[in-house]
Ligand binder design. Structure first.
Ligand code: GLU
Length: 528
């Protein structure tokens, strides 16, 4: 055993590396070795399989790990779990890391960033798994299995015929060393299986409390190293968590029953296990499985639809637990400061995605109120306007920073997505409406008089307009008409200014457009 453990340590040295990449196509701009694990706090990891896009379930697991790490000045690690090579999707690993960056929860150590306990991709750590498997073979905790796929299939069918759960019958446990040697010399294919021992000790899960699964009673001995030299998930995750110095494993509840198996592996390898905390299921609001159909829960979709990352982090934690109170609108900093692992409950988290726009509205409002974040929104909105209205724009002034900023500040709290501001309801902000005098006269025969009064108002009001002042002025203006009701005055002006029948208040429209543009639009409509 001692020799085997020495071999293990050697392998760990050989496979560790600080450089980023390790053959993975990481995007430019990553910071090699950033946050390279010098902190003393907990070390946690997110271990997705690179089989596709990151979805909300994965984001939630990553987020709780991130929050836990940051709360305790620890390290958050991204480890790509690609031991099932048949399911690997090229580019998926890079996509997942990119999405963590986008979400504002970047890993400290990862395939792209590197770190002291790398490589961070399992297919680049095969030596470590082989070393652990060799140690287990030597101590007798594991054995070689030569059963053919055909035999295993027959076992399975027989079990199903007798209405039993299929399980391996542990036949190769009983091969003598001479029989093994003979089969090896014949060049027969084999895998390595771990001997599940009975008498499992209970363990305390950080969320589910005391737990015990007598795996040996219900399962056959699991394969830990496949014929192609790749480990299975169970061995790889134990070996990696050990060598990466993981202190806390926070993962989905679907892994709770496997934890006993993992603890048996730790024991057989003579390693101290980390603490485990399993996160309850994340379900649709009606309690069904989160649907991945049509890409509706993939992060890329939310990026494309223009949601803010904070809104996603907020909704995903809001439907879950880990906080003293339910509250909308938490920032990442607030999530970190208010999170308490002891408050995670075992109740499933029910996600109501119909609420996402409302979460986004709250965070968008906060962004607009913050000077620095607002400038970013200004630039984004300018781009959106160019893209949507390109050549139809009223005049280049609508793209001026001051104008765009004014639009944002006045519409703050009314829009849930930035792109709402380039929808047809708001087209008047960017292109001049075409409204005729006749249309205005259908609302009031006093259209010309009202128009003139507004033109007068605009010259008097050349200085900064305010909504309150204008509201008063518009009330007074209506009193100067002979027979037009206030609501009709508003209807007429709204139509002249925006070509619309609904929308923000006329006073707000006037403040947004500014006196020059308001006069121009009234003038044009009346002269048409
Ligand atoms: N690769 C596993 C998954 O994608 C990770 C399980 C774990 O965190 O141990 O769910």
């Amino acid at each position: 055993m001692a020799r085997a453990l020495r071999a293990l340590r050697g392998a760990a040295g050989a496979a560790s590396g600080t450089g980023p990449g390790h053959g993975h196509g990481c995007g430019a701009g990553s910071d090699p070795g950033a946050g390279s694990g010098t902190t003393r706090g907990p070390r946690v990891r997110f271990g997705p399989s690179p089989t596709g896009f990151l979805h909300l379930g994965g984001l939630r697991t990553a987020l709780y790990n991130y929050i836990f790490a940051k709360k305790h000045q620890g390290t958050f690690i991204l480890r790509v779990e690609d031991t099932d090579q048949n399911r690997v999707v090229p580019g998926a690993a890079e996509g997942i890391e990119e999405m963590l960056d986008w979400a504002g929860i970047p890993p400290d150590e990862s395939p792209c960033r590197g770190g002291p306990r790398g490589p961070y991709v399992q297919s680049l750590r095969l030596e470590l798994y082989r070393g652990a498997s060799a140690a287990l073979l030597e101590s007798g905790a594991a054995y070689r299995c030569f059963c053919t796929p055909r035999r295993l299939e027959l076992l399975r069918r027989e079990a199903l015929r007798c209405q039993h759960t299929p399980r391996y019958d542990n036949r190769c446990r009983h091969l003598t060393p001479a029989e093994v040697a003979q089969k090896l010399s014949q060049g027969l294919d084999c895998v390595v299986r771990f001997r599940l021992e009975k008498g499992m000790e209970p363990f305390q899960d950080l969320v589910y409390g005391w737990n015990k699964h007598e795996v040996a009673e219900v399962e056959g001995d699991p394969v830990i190293l496949k014929g192609d030299g790749f480990p299975t998930y169970h061995l790889a995750n134990v070996v990696d968590d050990h060598y990466m110095g993981i202190t806390h494993v926070l993962r989905g509840t679907e892994w709770l029953t496997s934890t006993s198996k993992h603890l048996l592996l730790y024991k057989a390898l003579g390693w101290e296990p980390p603490q485990f905390g399993h996160l309850p299921l994340l379900l649709n609001k009606d309690g069904g499985k989160l649907s991945k159909r049509q890409g509706d829960i993939f992060l890329e979709r939310f990026v494309r639809d223009g949601f803010l990352p904070e809104a996603l982090l907020d909704i995903v934690t809001n439907c879950g637990s880990g906080f003293a109170e339910k509250q909308m609108g938490r920032t990442l900093e607030e999530l970190i400061s208010q999170f308490e692992i002891g408050r995670i409950t075992t109740h499933s988290a029910l996600l109501d995605l119909e609420m996402l726009p409302e979460f986004n509205r709250i965070h968008l409002t906060r962004h607009i109120e913050n000077e620095g974040l607002r400038q970013r929104l200004v630039r984004e909105l300018q781009e959106l306007v160019k893209r949507v209205y390109g050549d139809q724009q009223a005049d280049p002034e609508v793209l001026e920073k001051q104008y765009v900023e004014r639009v944002l500040l006045l519409r703050k709290g009314h829009i849930s997505l930035l792109k709402n501001l380039v929808s047809s309801d708001y087209s008047y902000l960017w292109v001049r409406p075409s409204v005729s005098r006749q249309q205005l006269q259908m609302i009031s025969t006093e259209a010309d008089e009202i128009g003139k009064l507004v033109l007068g108002l605009m010259t008097r009001q050349a200085a900064a307009l305010t909504v309150e002042e204008l509201n008063k002025d518009l009330r007074n203006l209506q009193k100067q008409t002979r027979e037009t009701k206030y609501s009709s005055v508003m209807q007429l002006l709204r139509l002249a200014l925006s070509g619309q029948q609904h929308g923000p208040s006329v006073a707000e429209m006037m403040v947004t457009l500014g006196p020059k543009e308001v006069s121009g639009r009234i003038h044009r409509a009346l002269c048409s």
